[in-house]
Ligand binder design. Sequence first.
Ligand code: BGC
Length: 344
Amino acid sequence: MNCEFGSTSKGEKATLYTLRNKGGMEIAVTDYGAALVKVLVLDKDGKVQDVVLGYDNAEGYEKGGVYFGATVGRVANRIGGASFELNGSVYELTDNDNGNSLHGGRDYYNKRMWQAEKLNDQKVTFFLESPDGDQGYPGNTKISVAYELTDDNELKICYHGVSDADTLMNLTNHSYFNLSGHASGPVHEQEVFIAADAFTRADAQSIPTGEIVPVEGTPMDFREYKAIGKEIEANYEALILGQGYDHNWVLKGTGMRTVAGMRSKETGIVMEVLTDLPGMQFYTGNFLINEQGKEGSEYRRRHGACFETQYFPDAVHKEYFEGPVVKAGVSYDTVTAYRFCTEA
Ligand code: BGC
């Protein structure tokens, strides 16, 4: 099912695409920003819960500055100093975050109209052409993001890109999840696990220092399920600098694997995060302030949590971080999936 989803200030009309699976799960995505708008899951009492924060129409997504459900690129998270060198040339990016580049600079992918192709009731693909010099990055780059809802309640997002010059690519999805329902308030009591023995230490501007710090004995340890709020206010450098959780975890293993989970006792909804990427930014909505959202809701600080799978932030400047450099003509392909189930 497709329906109108408002229009942008340029007069472009947006569409909302609804995908449904055999189990009754439903998601909705829009061509404006290739954003994830709704994720509807049945809770333990058989009630439908929408577990992602969002807006009612394209106008909301165009105005919003907090990346609800957004496809983020060309490079997610931060590049220190908003510039980098590749093959002897220096590329200048937009410094939109304390002199650094965040989520692609001001000309964001999530503020553009993508071309949509709905293949069937369970899959839609969005396409974007990002020209050479776009946001400061080299290479004419063709990008696609495919959302698929499988019959085993997995929302699978496949990212693909190919460029005609060596470039950087690091695409992610910035959905804020609240498994008690998008309008249910703070996520502090919901539990999270992250399959990581370490995280990347960052400075006061959230740029990694290059150090890999073990989580053992710190509030960053999510190797077992733990309430998000349990230690979030601890007197610990990373939490003070990030004003809560806003860090990159060094995910265990390689290849497609389960890297994180979240669960709400209130609704019984459990989400597993799977990816083939090496890192994940776990961000607890620390900078979310009075955002007017879907169906009259008002979202505040920590009303959602993001699981942004990625190459490590600022990898282009860190010799030992697996880099987001993609060679000309070579495909960039990564997959992240969010799998849902409900426990009694
Ligand atoms: C960043 C946060 C930032 C947020 C924007 C996250 O990926 O790590 O620092 O404030 O995105 O909503």
